[in-house]
Design a protein around this ligand. Structure first.
Ligand code: FAD
Ligand code: 2HG
Ligand code: ZN
Length: 474
């Protein structure tokens, strides 16, 4: 191993590769050193922003020669501290946000090749302008990048219909941990040619290298859309309503989201510019989103007939059907503001868990009871993607308790939820990943052959351990 150059000369080398626009320090770098949830405050030598795959490759080679650990970053919206450097000040954050070009789009192949730093919302807009749909959708889509959503295998609101980010990816271009460029940007629907490196990189949270570009799947644009917000009797009624829609027309369900009254009311009470389109507040809500690319799909009729039957059965108590694009957006805003509502209302602890969809109602009830027993006065505020079994089983602090006192119990709270989730064969991290927050849970949940294989893969691809150290693996 060559002798490590002094950090100052490394930064000079890096600046020479990227130009001055590619190297941020001091106040310019500060926003990239803390995470969205304010769980971690890191420090770094600098934030590097290469402008191309070739520049990134050269930068990685320089960092490897200097033995400097690298932390990939996209929109910095990680819920688990995955993109935040540690406190040592010896790591370098490499943000791909300047690498944001659309390289090609083809509506016969229904594919689009984009660079990793492209913001998800921009990718959706570019596809729509070309007459196609890129269906991944999540609350952070105005900041999250394609590289970030692939590296976390993000789920979001449309997993029930289109799958997670992984299912939307056909091929990748990457810079590997030694700086080698791998061009696997194949746009094929079928490609069984040995181990699928592309699938290792998806969900690796930057621990196996950098995703620099991706070939993505596109879909036909919907011709009809219908959205409703419903007050439902309880969690079981929410599930029963999901089954009614799925049984009538599974292909029409684009999203099916559950929101507890506790969580909805934090949104209504703390987020400006939202209002409840129902006569009164309820204990449980569901957002149903139907979409079809078929002409005359009759979604409005489907929505009305299913809701009418569910009302007769006592499952749905009240419903507001969106009459315009603006009303659809207003209903979706009520759902998307749940993370913000919880943030504004005080301290909360997140539990991004999944169970088989049939177990969701019982899991929510059991967790809510157990959490209230664990921390008297605390408020369970669950919400999430009921259609795919992923619920954010979050807990808001008791009013009046000091935030620090409540947050000191974070691990007890997560353990309490996770032990119940385990009973259903569920997962302790459904869509947000492991990052730094959950590495200590890996041994317990994935120990044995699975973790050993992950460690062997990490050692093979990143033998120096310079890619996002301290993340994912214990
Ligand atoms: P970052 O936060 O910058 O990074 C995330 C991880 O990926 C880090 O480990 C980082 O090192 C790595 N990484 C980033 N870019 C690259 C790259 N190019 N190559 C290699 N590694 C890279 N997630 C969901 O799944 N569903 C949701 O519904 C959802 N809603 C959210 C709502 C809000 C308000 C917020 C703040 C977050 C939400 N998330 C959700 C979390 C989600 O993981 C991120 O929004 C998104 O996937 C991360 O994208 P990003 O570009 O911000 O990545
Ligand atoms: C969502 O579904 C995100 O809105 C965030 O995954 C979840 O804040 C959370 O717990
Ligand atoms: Zn979510």
């Amino acid at each position: 191993m060559p002798e490590a150059p002094h950090p100052t000369s490394l930064l000079e080398t890096l600046e020479a590769i990227t130009g001055p626009a590619g190297l941020l320090r001091g106040a310019d770098a500060a926003p990239m050193l803390a995470d969205w949830r304010s769980l971690y405050q890191g420090a770094a030598l600098a934030v590097l922003r290469p402008g191309s795959t070739e520049e990134l490759s050269a930068c990685v080679k320089a960092c490897v020669a200097a033995g400097v650990p690298m932390v990939p970053q996209g929109g910095n919206t990680s819920m688990v501290g995955g993109a935040t450097p540690d406190e040592s000040g010896r790591q370098i954050v490499i943000a791909l946000t300047r690498m944001n070009r659309v390289r090609s789009i083809d509506t016969t192949d229904m594919t689009m090749v984009v660079e990793a730093g492209l913001v998800l919302k921009t990718a959706q807009d570019v596809a729509r302008e070309a007459g196609a749909l890129f269906p991944l959708s999540l609350g952070a889509e105005g900041s999250a990048t394609i590289g970030g959503v692939l590296s976390t295998n993000a789920g979001g609101n449309t997993t029930v219909r289109y799958g997670n980010a992984r299912e939307l990816m056909l091929g990748l271009e990457c810079v590997m941990p030694d700086g080698t460029i791998w061009n696997g940007l194949r746009r094929l629907r079928k490609d069984n040619t040995g181990y699928a490196l592309r699938h290792l990189m998806v969900g690796a949270e930057g621990t196996l290298g950098f995703i620099t570009a991706a070939a993505l799947r596109l879909f036909p644009l919907p011709r009809e859309e219908a959205v409703a917000l419903c007050a439902v009797a309880d969690e079981a009624a929410a599930l029963a309503l999901f089954r009614r829609f799925r049984d009538q027309d599974e292909g029409a369900v684009r999203a099916f989201e559950y929101m507890s009254g506790g969580s909805m009311h934090l949104v209504l009470d703390h987020v400006p510019g939202v209002s409840l389109p129902l006569a009164e507040r309820a204990q449980h809500y569901v957002l149903v989103d139907l979409a079809s690319s078929r002409p005359q799909a009759g979604l409005r009729g489907l929505l009305e007939s299913v809701l009418e039957a569910a009302m007769e059965a006592g499952e749905v108590l009240d419903a507001a059907l969106a009459e315009s694009v603006a009303q659809r957006a207003a209903i979706w805003k009520l759902r998307e503001e749940h993370p913000e509502g919880q943030k504004r209302a005080g301290a909360s602890v997140k539990n991004d868990v999944s169970v088989p969809v049939s177990a969701v109602p019982e899991m929510i009830r059991r967790c809510s009871e157990a959490l209230q027993k664990l921390i008297p006065g605390s408020r369970p505020v669950p919400f999430g993607h009921l259609g795919d079994g992923n619920i954010h089983m979050n807990l808001a602090q008791p009013p009046g308790m000091a935030a620090a006192e409540f947050l000191a119990r974070s691990h007890d709270i997560m353990d309490c939820v996770n032990e119940i989730v385990r009973d259903y064969g569920g997962s302790f991290s459904a869509e947000h990943g492991i990052g730094r927050l959950k590495t200590d849970m890996m041994e317990d949940w994935r120990g044995g052959a699975e973790l050993a294989a992950m460690q062997a893969i990490k050692a093979a691809l990143d033998p120096l351990g310079l890619m996002n150290p301290g993340k994912v693996l214990p």
